[in-house]
Design a protein around this ligand. Structure first.
Ligand code: MG
Length: 462
């Protein structure tokens, strides 16, 4: 049982005692803190907030609490009901709303839920704003509205269609070009809202859809994080159905992974690489991903004559860096595609459409497309430390040790070698260091991670 409060929001397990879990009391307190912050931040008396949720079992319960709390603060609510994170993000500016909340624990299993908080642009709050909301939640100095000033709720169920239409209208998407290909695709929507949104988009693009776990019941048929070990069913189905490829999304539809026609993972890291390859082929420019993402994006960007920049981990950091570097596309290696012409948020619908355009134009199979990209392999390990150890000092010592190499310290310690890299990050919740590596073979990536574990032990004297 857990409740994690951080500057990026509140996330916890359902059930149990308040302050130890995401109970109704915690949901109300945090929603009240967000509403109070929004009044303070906007300086306005009358506010409007867009709310949507993924299909998880606790969604309706948490949503009712959050909506009623905002109404109690005198804030109007536009309720999108079952929706996706990117759909709520595009609805906020379209509604000229002051903010937005998505009720989703993203890729986490069914016992989790969370509040994802947006500003008036439909983008994630920054660290300072997140910190202020935590402060307000602790102080509990809330001022609720009197009876004549309560907020009002309107329900709008058309935003998934509006979202799909917006994707079709993007200048680099030509639905006719995709329709001509008569693609056949298997979709695993993990029984959440991707099971509605992705088939809707594919139908509009003339793609024949084989649905696998597309009923938004919230009963996730497998661990909802789109990693190879959870995706056996769709890998089999793609081969059985002789489909062109498979699409997997997480419960709130901001992460996207593909399965190649041969039933192998296209690789979550390569979703962004492929989408960027298409966009950069049409629009010259720069790209951004986070420090833990594959170097393949840098290689593809340089091939197209652009410049690649790495941001600290976290969507808000990637977006800030994309704006600063005029990136034409960016995102996260975990299958998060951010395409600014649409909006500054990870969007699996946008990613799907860009990928279909790439396939339509390149021809060949998805496995062939994948084989044409630089081959990198990642290893993700961690080292358990003791609570009394000064982890920051340890990371500084590692930085020192590799001072002769290319070292980036905007987020932990990232060391770039000619053919590989390592990224060391401390956890904010437990005494561990996460060790991510990438190299030209799985063996090399694993060996590099093991070597780092030995070196960290040496430096720490443990
Ligand atoms: Mg997600």
């Amino acid at each position: 049982m857990t409740l994690i409060k951080s500057i990026s929001g509140i996330r916890g397990t359902i059930g149990g005692k308040p302050t130890e879990n995401l109970t109704p009391i915690d949901a109300v307190k945090f929603a009240a803190a967000y509403g109070t912050w929004l009044k303070e931040y906007s300086g306005k008396d009358k506010l409007n907030v867009v709310i949507g949720r993924d299909a998880r079992l606790s969604g309706e319960m948490i949503q009712n609490l959050v909506v009623s709390t905002l109404v109690g603060l005198g804030i109007d609510v536009v309720d999108l009901g079952l929706s996706t994170t990117p759909t709520v993000e595009i609805a906020v500016p379209l509604e000229q709303a002051d903010g937005g909340i998505i009720l989703t624990a993203s890729h986490n299993p069914k016992q989790w839920n969370a509040l994802k908080l947006l500003n008036e642009n439909g983008e994630f709050l920054n660290a300072e704003q997140g910190a202020r909301i935590l402060e307000l939640a602790t102080e509990e100095d809330f001022d609720f509205a009197e009876v004549d000033a309560l907020g009002k709720v309107v329900t709008k169920d058309t935003y998934l269609d509006i979202h799909v239409e917006q994707v079709l209208q993007l200048s680099l998407i030509d639905p006719e070009v995709i329709r001509e290909q008569k693609f056949k695709v298997v979709v695993d929507g993990v029984n959440s809202t991707g099971g509605i949104a992705i088939p809707k988009l594919l139908d509009a693009l003339g793609v024949s859809v084989i649905e696998l776990y597309c009923d938004p019941t919230g009963h996730f048929p497998h661990n909802p994080e789109p990693l190879k070990e959870h995706l056996g069913d769709i890998c089999t189905k793609v081969v059985e159905e002789k489909a062109d490829f498979g699409i997997v999304v997480d419960p709130d539809v901001d992460r996207l992974a593909f399965i190649s026609n041969d039933g192998e993972m296209f690789g979550e890291e390569y979703t962004l690489v492929a989408c960027a390859d298409y966009v950069l082929g049409k629009t010259s420019g720069n790209t951004v991903s986070n420090l833990s993402s594959s170097r393949a994006l840098r290689d593809i960007t340089q091939k197209h004559g652009g410049k690649y920049e790495a941001a600290a981990v976290g969507e808000v950091n990637v977006v800030a860096k994309m704006k600063a570097n005029n990136a034409v596309i960016g995102g996260e290696g975990n299958g998060g595609i951010i395409y600014p012409e649409s909006h500054y948020g990870r969007d699996a619908l946008v990613g799907t459409a860009l990928f279909l355009m790439l396939l339509a134009e390149r021809g060949g199979t998805v496995a062939e497309l994948r084989a044409g990209y630089p081959g990198y392999f990642m290893s993700k390990k961690k080292i358990q430390l003791t609570p009394e150890l000064d982890v920051d000092q340890l990371l500084r010592d590692m930085e020192e040790k590799y001072a002769g190499d290319e070292v980036n310290t905007i987020d932990g310690v990232k060391i770039d070698f000619p053919d590989s890299w390592v990224h060391l990050r401390k956890s904010n919740t437990e005494p561990i260091i996460r060790i991510y590596t990438e190299a030209k073979s799985q063996q090399k990536a694993d060996d590099l991670a093991d070597k780092m574990i030995v070196e960290i032990r040496e430096v720490a004297g443990i």
